[in-house]
Design a protein around this ligand. Structure first.
Ligand code: GCO
Ligand code: MG
Length: 405
């Protein structure tokens, strides 16, 4: 028996949106899949893997997951950063997939077994105005969801990221050779959002968990004001209130509001979470299993968070592929301080390219019982969808200044 890696190949496919997958094969023919999708920067991770990671994986022992993680993180000198961490994440996911397949166990069993029967999930509801949003929330509830992220339009603006005018799901990245440009007005948003969300709370009653994402666009004092204004809405969380870089500013937000804060979809290492967690500046860690170095590293972040009673709530938009979602669900089923999994959903063709054992029912997800991660990629179908340039939009203030994500 040989767990030696004999090939590592990158697959870029665009069934409706771009995905980067990594396929690792061992001498015995075991195949593992990982996700390396980094929205709007897909080809950078593909090249990083192809040119610098795949060649040095050949001949390594696929069973040595932790050592390979250390080798690719500590060993390369240039640490951190989303491109590096997404590449490491893809390798890590693929190696866990292989270990599961070789041992005949779903990955959650290898992580210590289930600590819960199923994984609570939330999805998105979007409506340009409050009645449209209320309808969208009702539709999502009818599909069984007990937790919903709610986003509305802002009077006076033509478009708002994450909100569609017809209530259809939004796609974060728009196809084309350059990012779309939107006009953003934080003051108008702050005038509108608390009242709109209060109306949604009245509409749904007390039980439905409501979440809201501010997409990093506020200053600390604006964030504090918004958190305070939203307290009567009883949010499950308010997400990404301020930009990523300066985490100290969250002390000010915390001093003014008890609205729970979720942060971290753009953070990729435990060290980027260190201050947020040890100072209790957040309530939920939003790391994606793919972007934060895979299952190995996400579990480590979760363990640090557990000490401060902070819970894990992994990122799960359409740009986190069904392979990564599977990884997230195996972690979710086996990790005590896991709270909720974002499940934005995918167009049908994505489910055909990535055939998965994980299932959704009644507001919950389950990774399934297939050995490994439980996702197979239909490579023939994937090849029919070549890469197409696509970018997240950028936003400018009314005077033309580029504003934060
Ligand atoms: C979320 C998000 C996404 C991200 C997007 C970036 O699901 O919470 O904020 O909409 O912006 O996935 O690639
Ligand atoms: Mg978000």
């Amino acid at each position: 028996m040989s767990d030696r890696i004999v090939s590592a190949e990158v697959l870029v496919t665009s069934p409706g949106r771009n995905f980067v997958a990594l396929k690792i094969t061992t001498a015995d023919g075991a195949v593992g899949w990982g996700d390396a999708t980094l929205n709007g920067r897909e080809l950078a991770v593909a090249a990083y893997l192809r040119d610098h990671v795949c060649p040095i994986l050949l001949g390594r022992d696929a069973a040595r997951i932790e050592d390979t993680w250390q080798y690719l993180y500590r060993g390369v000198y240039w640490r951190r950063g989303p491109v590096t961490m997404a590449a490491i994440g893809a390798v890590d996911l693929a190696l866990w997939d292989i270990k599961g397949k070789i041992t005949g166990q779903p990955v959650y069993q290898l992580l210590g077994g289930a600590v819960r029967d199923r994984v609570l999930s939330y999805t998105h509801a979007t409506g340009w105005d409050v009645p449209a949003l209320a309808d969208a929330v009702d539709a999502v509830r009818a599909r069984g969801f007990r937790a919903v992220r709610v986003q509305t339009g802002v009077p006076g603006l033509d478009s708002v990221y994450g909100v569609t005018k017809d209530g259809a799901p939004y796609e974060p990245a728009g196809r084309g050779n350059a990012p779309a440009e939107e006009v953003w007005d934080t003051e108008a948003y702050l005038r509108h959002a608390p009242g709109a969300l209060a109306e949604i709370r009245t509409h749904v009653g007390p039980d439905l968990a409501l979440l809201h994402d501010a997409h990093h666009r506020l200053t600390p004092i604006q964030a504090a004001r918004l958190g305070k204004a939203l307290e009567p809405v009883d949010l499950f969380w308010l997400e990404d209130v301020t930009p990523a870089e300066n985490q100290e500013v969250l002390r000010r937000v915390r001093a003014h509001t008890t609205t729970p804060l979720a942060i971290g979809e753009v953070f990729t290492t435990i060290w980027e979470y260190q201050q947020l967690i040890t100072e209790q500046l957040i309530d939920f860690v939003r790391a994606a299993v793919s972007h934060a170095g895979g299952i190995t590293h996400l579990r480590r972040i979760a363990a640090l968070a557990e000490v401060w009673q902070i819970r894990l709530a992994p990122h799960g938009p359409s740009d986190v592929s069904p392979v990564a979602l599977a990884g997230s669900l195996h972690v979710g089923l086996a990790t005590p301080n896991f709270a909720i999994q974002e499940y934005m959903g995918y167009p049908d063709v994505v489910h055909e390219v990535f055939r998965h054992d994980w299932t959704y029912a009644d507001g919950h997800l389950h990774p399934g019982e297939a050995p490994g991660l439980g996702v197979d990629v239909d490579e023939t179908l994937a090849a029919r969808f070549p890469y197409e340039p696509a970018y997240l939009p950028v936003a400018r203030r009314r005077d033309g200044t580029l504003t934060d994500w």
